[in-house]
Structures are given as structure tokens and as C-alpha cells.
Design a protein around this ligand. Structure first.
Ligand SMILES: CC(=O)SCCNC(=O)CCNC(=O)[C@H](O)C(C)(C)COP(=O)(O)OP(=O)(O)OC[C@H]1O[C@@H](n2cnc3c(N)ncnc32)[C@H](O)[C@@H]1OP(=O)(O)O
Length: 163
């Protein structure tokens, strides 16, 4: 789902934190440093970030990045949480769709406030709205309980080839 278009039903999280789609200006609001709490995320220049943003936005509604923004925080630390939904089209199931939840992270100082739960639940809702017949994700065994609270059940085994 397009990262550029406004989230039609921006979700209030109960405080001043809003969940919305990623904007290109979020580079200045701490989006990359937040991602670096999940995995290696070297800085991107403004133009590199804009090019990556445009590539992903071109995937339209098949690629959504949500962020939780605290407008009361310092400008460079406003993005407190993020998560991504990628919608995969298949020949199986009559041209069915599978949602993939990726890159979920909450700023270490904002954990335990329900932000992770709310971002993932919204991504799952969006996958359902997009017509997906299932939503899947990969995580470490330590996160089983967290994703169970988000509504996921354990299924299969993750395998990978890293380059
Ligand atoms: C598909 C992927 O991207 S996997 C990668 C996931 N991301 C990471 O591992 C990055 C580092 N960790 C984080 O960013 C955060 O700790 C997250 C995303 C795992 C959790 O975010 P938070 O905002 O702290 O979680 P939130 O407050 O919404 O917790 C929701 C519920 O899950 C529980 N929970 C949260 N983290 C965990 C955990 N690690 N293990 C077990 N339960 C947990 C909470 O206790 C809460 O339960 P409750 O509703 O009964 O109180």
C-alpha cells in the first residue's frame, strides 16, 4: 500500500501518538535510527532516502510502512514505532494474496506502552482489507508471546539463505 498517500483512518493510540503512513520527511524524525534498533541500518542521504521511498511508493497498496509519531517529542525523535506490510500476489487460491509483516520495532524508551501491538494490529487489519487470506511473519522464539498477543499462531519453520 502506498507509503506516500495519507492513512485514511489514522489511529489515535490513546495519547498524543498517531499511527500513520511513512512520509519522506520522516527521515528527519528519527525513522532510520529507530530501524537501527532492529537491524543494521546505515544512514542514507536525503536523496538516497527519497529514492528508496519513491521505489517503495511505486508498489502502491502492496507495500505499506506505518509509523507511530509523537508530535510532542523532540523533532528528530518523533517516530516511536514502525512496521511494514508487504502484499504478495499468488496464482494459488485463485490469484490470492498473502500479507507479510516485516520490520516491526518500537523505540527502546517507548516499549511497554502498547505501540507495538497497535501497529501490528493495524497492519493485520490492512491485510484483511486488502483481501489477503493470511498474514505471516518471521520472528525469534522470544517474540512468540508478543505475536500471540497480536493474534498470530505458530505455523511452520523459518528457513533462510543469507548473502
Ligand atoms: C516481524 C518482525 O519485524 S520481528 C522483529 C520485532 N522487533 C524487535 O524485536 C525489535 C526490538 N523490540 C521491540 O521493538 C519491541 O520490544 C516489540 C516490537 C517486540 C514490542 O513492542 P512494545 O510496544 O514494547 O509491545 P507492547 O507494549 O505493544 O506489548 C503488547 C503485549 O505484548 C507483550 N510483550 C511485548 N514484548 C514482549 C516480549 N518480548 N515477549 C513477550 N511478551 C511481550 C506485552 O507485555 C504486552 O502484553 P499485555 O497486553 O498483556 O500487557
Amino acid at each position: 500500500m502506498a507509503s506516500t498517500s495519507p492513512e485514511p483512518a489514522a489511529t489515535e493510540t490513546g495519547d498524543s501518538v498517531k499511527i500513520r503512513r511513512l512520509e519522506v520527511a520522516d527521515r528527519e524524525r528519527g525513522f532510520l535510527s529507530l530501524l537501527s534498533q532492529l537491524s543494521s541500518c546505515p544512514d542514507l542521504t536525503e536523496s538516497e532516502f527519497a529514492a528508496c521511498f519513491a521505489d517503495l511508493a511505486a508498489l502502491g497498496d502492496d507495500h505499506v510502512i506505518l509509523v507511530a509519531e509523537d508530535p510532542a517529542a523532540a523533532p528528530e525523535r518523533r517516530i516511536l514505532s514502525t512496521g511494514c506490510l508487504f502484499v504478495e500476489r499468488k496464482f494459488l487460491r485463485g490469484g490470492g494474496k498473502v500479507g507479510h509483516v516485516e520490520d516491526v520495532v518500537v523505540d527502546a524508551a517507548a516499549r511497554g506502552r502498547g505501540l507495538g501491538l497497535r501497529v501490528v494490529r493495524r497492519l493485520v487489519e490492512m491485510a484483511k482489507e486488502a483481501g489477503c487470506y493470511k498474514v505471516i511473519l518471521d520472528c525469534t522464539p522470544e517474540l512468540r508471546a508478543y505475536y500471540a498477543k497480536c493474534g498470530f499462531v505458530e505455523k511452520g519453520v523459518q528457513m533462510a539463505v543469507y548473502f
